[in-house]
Design a protein around this ligand. Structure first.
Ligand SMILES: NC(=O)c1ccc[n+]([C@@H]2O[C@H](COP(=O)([O-])OP(=O)(O)OC[C@H]3O[C@@H](n4cnc5c(N)ncnc54)[C@H](OP(=O)(O)O)[C@@H]3O)[C@@H](O)[C@H]2O)c1
Length: 199
């Protein structure tokens, strides 16, 4: 948060996803790969990180929530909101249902949660990534690039490189190539250019 300056009441929005060579993120409602260490990395080292006394708001579209690996729930230090236009029953481990993006922003930036929520993390799916990437509060995009070809039916939207810059050696994010289950991947972080601290 040190590098950004948000207006009072606003919350930084961050996206996190893993995508393969063709930017695919899913197939038949599931992840195309099995990378448990990658999953654990984003849960333990990224989405759970806050200042003391704070939590992050995790938002997932209904299909992404349904495909989320239950073994990792509840997510540490997080409040989960399900994004759905029609679901009215709260699934286990979610504490809110949001009807649209405005609902999410209001939940995070007004009482009672505004005092507790530090960051809004978007965990998919495709439509929601695209919408939130265009939102002015969106500050960072964490993208694991799986260096392999998978057939996919769901894709990560194009990152506008005039708005977001690929960072080198981002704090807390390993820069070396990771190997798991016969696959290689690298962690990338894009940051909104106007929020990059000038030297
Ligand atoms: N690789 C990764 O990092 C990653 C991350 C996440 C997901 N995935 C994969 O992506 C696939 C799921 O993503 P998806 O894009 O198909 O579906 P999704 O966005 O997760 O779910 C779609 C549903 O979410 C709700 N929704 C989405 N956007 C909304 C909005 N703006 N306002 C209100 N409700 C909204 C709607 O629910 P209702 O129909 O209930 O109204 C919609 O039908 C799966 O294959 C999953 O494994 C991969």
């Amino acid at each position: 948060m040190g590098e950004t300056s948000f207006q009072k009441g606003t919350k930084p929005i961050k996206l996190i996803a893993a995508a393969c060579n063709n930017m695919g993120i899913g197939r038949n409602g599931c992840l195309p790969w099995n990378l448990p260490k990658e999953y654990k990395y984003f849960i333990d080292k990224i989405t759970s990180v806050t200042q003391p006394g704070k939590k992050n708001l995790i938002v997932l579209g209904r299909f992404s929530f349904e495909s989320f690996d239950e073994r990792y729930l509840p997510l540490p230090n997080c409040i989960i909101a399900l994004l759905s236009r029609k679901e009215s029953t709260l699934p286990p481990h979610a504490s809110h249902i949001c009807r649209d993006e405005e609902d999410v922003l209001k939940l995070a930036s007004t009482p009672p949660l505004c005092n507790e929520v530090e960051t809004i993390w978007i965990l998919g799916g495709a439509e929601y990534y695209k919408t939130m990437m265009q939102h002015p509060w969106c500050d960072e995009i964490y993208l694991t690039r799986v260096q392999a070809d998978f057939e996919c039916d769901t894709f990560f939207p194009e990152v506008n490189q005039e708005i977001y810059k690929l960072m080198e050696n981002f704090p807390g994010v390993p820069s070396e190539v990771q190997e798991e289950n016969g696959l290689s991947y690298v962690f990338q972080v894009y940051k909104r250019a106007e929020n990059i601290k000038r030297q």
